[in-house]
Design a protein around this ligand. Structure first.
Ligand code: ADP
Ligand code: TRP
Length: 356
């Protein structure tokens, strides 16, 4: 794929089935980008180990995500599709890049604080929790620990991106801080070694705004660990039930009022899956107080199913075709390794690791 197309790189952790947040924040964008860019998409199994170190589940999850990538329409002839751990050059470069990553900046990363808090069982109480997390990590009173892989998660992600010299990294809003760190690490490497080896990668969104898909429980974000997800592989009945149970409110009482968060979330989902006219219709009904949430939810479920059901059917077909799955990632790994080996060779040389 030697051409002058911009390089796109992204990955999703192998931690479970993909949900609508993953689809609109990441996978759906991958599919839309594959014709116009030089794309490399991978399954982040090493990253999954930071929070999900279960050997059996890890293996199943890698296969599941691969099947979902293919079922959603990623074409192995157009993209390089690979599993992160199949490219050992990434692990070596991760070790090298860690020499230039600061413990303080890694500890200040929002995702680290969040996951460390969860690992330590510290609840989010707003004010002094940052101090409590740091104290607990260092003092280790409870016997619970935060693994070093979690701390250096952003270094590994930076390497995923920099090893490809990626221009665009399609990810959801929650990953923007990691992308910022990637740029910082790349620039720091350049400055330290007096080179211009790495350039800045940026997020990619079709309408310019990073996507945040809300949950069905009235909360801000649909997420695997929040228990508020619609999965691409949910069957029709399950999916309809989840949507019909979505949190709403007592309904508007005054014309022109602003929707509460749970209702605004349903509109946000509708904007993603329904025709603009449909969303407009329900917004108007909200504004003049004639809205019936049951109707809105029925329509929403219908429009989500139009997207997810065809994917679900293909996942079920592909998931058990081990031969096909392993061929895709074997070929992908070969191509990814060629690229990664070139970068690693340069990085080693720049850093002074040279043959005697
Ligand atoms: P989760 O948060 O469910 O564990 P991941 O962290 O594995 O999901 O995310 C994989 C990709 O999906 C990332 O690019 C992330 O930004 C995107 N993503 C996850 N949840 C959402 C969401 N609710 N809205 C938009 N994008 C999301
Ligand atoms: N951190 C990303 C997530 O949680 C997954 C990821 C790992 C990634 N390496 C990456 C995304 C490189 C884009 C590019 O979703």
């Amino acid at each position: 794929m030697s051409n002058n197309k911009k390089v796109v790189l992204s990955g999703i952790r192998a931690t479970g089935n993909l949900h609508l947040g993953n689809y609109f924040g990441a996978l759906g964008k991958f599919v839309r980008m594959q014709d116009d860019f030089d794309c490399r998409f991978f399954i982040a199994d090493l990253h999954a180990l930071t929070t999900h170190p279960d050997p059996k589940m890890l293996h199943e999850n890698v296969k599941q995500i691969l099947a979902e990538y293919l079922a959603a329409g990623l074409d192995p002839d157009k993209n390089i599709l690979y599993v992160q751990s199949d490219v050992p050059e990434i692990s070596e470069m991760y070790l090298l890049m860690n020499m230039h990553a600061g413990i303080g900046e890694l500890m200040r990363t929002a995702s680290f604080k969040d996951k460390a808090r969860k690992a330590l069982g510290i609840s989010h109480d707003g004010n002094n929790d940052e101090e409590a997390v740091e104290k607990e990590i260092i003092g280790n009173q409870s016997g619970k620990s935060v693994n070093a892989g979690l701390l250096t998660y952003p270094t590994l992600m930076a390497v995923d991106i920099l090893i490809h010299h990626a221009d665009f990294v399609p990810v959801g809003k929650d990953q923007e801080q990691h992308l910022e760190l990637t740029r910082r690490f790349g620039r720091r490497f350049n400055a330290f070694y007096n080179t211009e080896y790495f350039h800045d990668p940026v997020n990619f969104n079709f309408d310019g705004k990073p996507v945040k898909v809300p949950g069905l429980d009235g909360s801000g974000k649909m997420g695997k660990s929040e228990g508020n997800c619609i999965y691409l592989v949910d069957d029709e009945k399950t999916l309809r039930k989840k949507v019909m149970r979505a949190v709403t409110d007592a309904g508007p009482t005054e014309p022109g009022s602003t929707p509460s968060e749970p209702v605004a979330n349903l509109f946000t989902l509708m904007d993603l899956v329904s025709e603009p006219d449909t969303a407009d219709h329900f917004r108007k009904a909200y504004a003049d107080c004639s809205i019936r949430y049951g109707d809105l939810k029925k329509q929403l479920a219908e429009d989500i199913l139009k997207i997810t059901l065809p994917i679900r059917e293909r996942v079920l077909e592909i998931r058990n075709d081990d031969q096909y799955l392993s061929r895709v990632v074997r070929e992908g790994a070969e191509r990814a390794r060629d690229i990664a080996a070139d970068t690693l060779r340069d990085v080693r040389h720049i850093m002074g690791i040279r043959k005697i």
